[in-house]
Ligand binder design. Structure first.
Ligand SMILES: C=C1C[C@]23C[C@@]1(O)CC[C@H]2[C@@]12CC[C@H](O)[C@@](C)(C(=O)O1)[C@H]2[C@@H]3C(=O)O
Ligand SMILES: O=C(O)CCC(=O)C(=O)O
Ligand SMILES: [Fe+2]
Length: 336
């Protein structure tokens, strides 16, 4: 059965940040605290580079299913259609998911001579968007007043950074035309990494969840980048920055193409709230974990699951802390 949906009301005041304007770091911090989301307007990434990748992506998605499967079935990398992840999540979407390292892309199908223009578009785009992510992460640290300005940036800039690039294509769903409705393209979720940088064509569909649990849709803007906080950045900031829940609705008329860069730390990196962002006496809300452990845990969950819950200081641990406090109080009473 197909559930026909209605889009949420549009949020017109998504924070729009011009990175080269003085004071942008304070705006960034506020947006990450309130929403976990903002858009970057002046970004220095040439439109030709973006348009070239969009064109190549559309060429790829126009291939026959057999040709697209030469990219390998997404597991997690490769070509996927309708199935998202390996646990039964489905959406009205097809995609190509690729690992990004400091080396040029090396997936087998991209090494074929016929894929050389696709490959160079991907490589150039990945390089540029990673640089943008690093610039934004540095401004975030600056905005938080951190002495160590590269505390976030260095995780994504690291040669071993575990990052990905995803091309999503939401073809028009013809059955929806008469119904005048929408379907789930990509179900609600948070991104597990540190930061996600999204660019889409002019077709709407992205929706974000606000603090009160309501949903709003984001007006598309093909010239800007949308940035969202991922789970790992929520951990590093001890919950000060909010990992954004978001989803995509597909429509009956216009295809949506999006390209998303997910910036993650090296697999062996240990993540925990950074003391520098915590106030005096503030308790750490998350226990330390290695990114590879969080990631493998995350990739075993359903798309919509709350993955960070598993890494909250356990209730058992907080119960024990409370008990220890009580004992201390009793001891004081005895001593008096
Ligand atoms: C259902 C899933 C797809 C996903 C892995 C997971 O088990 C849970 C997290 C999902 C997500 C969301 C953001 C990114 O699109 C993604 C690549 C990621 O890192 O986590 C996807 C995963 C995927 O598509 O494999
Ligand atoms: O395609 C989009 O616009 C967003 C998809 C998304 O959230 C994701 O791939 O993680
Ligand atoms: Fe996402």
């Amino acid at each position: 059965a197909m559930v026909v949906l209605t889009p949420s009301p549009a949020m017109k005041q998504i924070p729009a940040i011009n990175l080269s304007e003085p004071g942008s770091e304070a705006l960034l911090v506020r947006a990450c605290e309130d929403l976990g989301f903002f858009k970057v307007t002046e970004h220095d990434i040439p439109m030709e580079l973006i348009a070239k990748l969009e064109e190549e992506a559309l060429k790829f998605f126009a291939l026959s299913p057999a040709e697209k499967e030469l990219a390998g079935r997404a597991n997690p990398f490769g070509y996927g259609s309708k199935n998202i992840g390996g646990h039964g999540d489905v959406g009205w979407v097809e995609y190509l998911l690729m690992p990004i390292t400091s080396e040029p892309l090396s997936m087998a199908f991209l090494m074929h001579p016929s894929a050389s223009s696709f490959r160079s578009a991907l490589d150039e785009y990945a390089l540029a968007v990673r640089k943008l992510a690093c610039r934004v992460l540095e401004l975030m640290a600056q905005g938080l007043g951190m002495e160590q300005r590269d505390a976030f940036r260095k995780l994504v800039a690291d040669e071993e950074s575990d990052s990905m690039l995803r091309l999503n294509h939401y073809p028009p769903c013809p059955m929806l035309r008469e119904l005048n409705g929408f379907v789930t393209g990509f179900g609600e979720h948070t991104d597990p990494q540190i930061i996600s940088v999204l660019r889409s064509n002019d077709t709407a569909g992205l929706e974000i969840s606000l603090r009160d649990g309501s949903w709003v849709s984001v007006l598309p803007d093909r010239e800007s980048f949308f940035i969202n906080v991922g789970d790992s950045l929520q951990v590093l900031t001890n919950g000060r920055f909010r990992s954004l829940r978001h989803r995509v609705l597909a429509n009956g008329w216009k295809s949506r193409v999006s390209m998303i860069y997910f910036g993650g730390p090296p697999l062996g990196e240990r993540l925990a709230p950074l003391p520098e962002v915590m106030a005096e006496g503030e308790q750490s809300k998350y226990r330390e974990f290695m990114w590879c452990d969080y990631k493998s845990c995350a990739f075993k969950t359903l798309l919509g699951d709350n993955r960070l819950d598993l890494f909250h200081q356990t209730s058992e641990a907080s119960e024990k802390m409370k008990k220890d406090d009580e004992v201390a109080v009793n001891e004081q009473i005895v001593e008096m």
